[in-house]
Ligand binder design. Structure first.
Ligand code: TYC
Length: 254
């Protein structure tokens, strides 16, 4: 069964959920605006709790880790990485393996660079380490949430309400784009080559957000990495193909 907890990290309220009581601790890291319930329910409920203790956080200002509302410091992924590292320290059960989706995968990469000793293995999917002009053009096209389909909008509006969702999404687009404007698009690009952790990269080849160059780049830079390309999968591969995904990462992590 899944339990909810609240703790204070760097002065902020952080909400997380935990399941299982196995010896191998996992930290699941949701994507942009994501939270434990919206992003990782099939993993919290179905990964083997005799092997793993599974934790998933709501990043600062997302999900139930509010108030305060999300802030957008320069290089916001570094703030998220430091906050997640402090959560691992707080839980005080030794190091953890990271499972990061999309923005959560970027957070995992930054953690592996800045706090390597807190991390065991890593699973990354739908993940990039830099952004290009094309990426920024693409997200500008989806800035207006009124043009999203109700099916895409609904889960986010349930968590945040209509107005705050709009505000948060615009804040994310501005902060994400500022990596191109202020940092040549480099989020953690020049440093991923330092990563030594065993790393499984999974890429859905029908992912409409993350082009193939990103997993290819990560695989080329991270020495101890393995890349699995999944031809029919999209960005949400761990939700759509939950059982296959869970089996794949269990095999890699154990
Ligand atoms: N990282 C975003 C998320 O966490 C998805 C995304 C990927 C958006 C790449 C834009 O260029 C992009 N949902």
């Amino acid at each position: 069964s899944i339990s909810s907890f609240e703790t204070s990290i760097d002065g902020d309220k952080i909400h997380y959920q935990s399941a299982g009581n196995g010896p191998h601790h996992l930290l699941l890291l949701p994507g942009a605006l994501g939270s434990a319930t919206t992003d990782f329910l099939p993993q919290l409920s179905k990964l083997n709790g005799d092997i793993f203790t599974i934790h998933c956080w709501d990043p600062p200002g997302y999900g139930k880790s509010r108030p305060p509302n999300r802030s957008w410091p320069d290089k916001f992924f570094n703030r998220d990485a430091t906050s997640a590292a402090n959560l691992i320290r707080n839980l005080d059960v030794g190091n953890m393996s990271l499972v990061g989706w999309s923005d959560g995968g970027i957070t995992a990469l930054v953690m592996a660079v800045l706090y390597p000793h807190l991390i065991n293995k890593m699973v990354l999917f739908g993940c990039n380490s830099y952004i290009t002009e094309t990426d920024v053009k693409y997200i500008e096209d989806i800035r207006d949430v009124d043009k999203w389909s109700p099916r895409m909008r609904a889960p986010m509006e349930d968590v945040y309400g209509k107005e705050h969702f709009k505000e948060l999404w615009n804040g994310w687009i501005d902060a994400y784009s500022s990596y191109l404007t202020n940092h040549d698009g480099d989020i953690v690009k020049e440093r991923v080559k330092e990563i030594q952790h065993p790393t499984l990269i999974i890429h859905g080849q029908k992912d409409a957000l993350v082009p193939q160059e990103h997993p290819d780049y990560l695989h080329s830079q991270i020495a101890n990495s393995r890349l699995i390309n999944w031809p029919e999968a999209k960005h949400n591969l761990h939700l759509k193909y939950a059982d296959e995904f869970n089996e794949l990462i269990t095999e890699f992590l154990t």
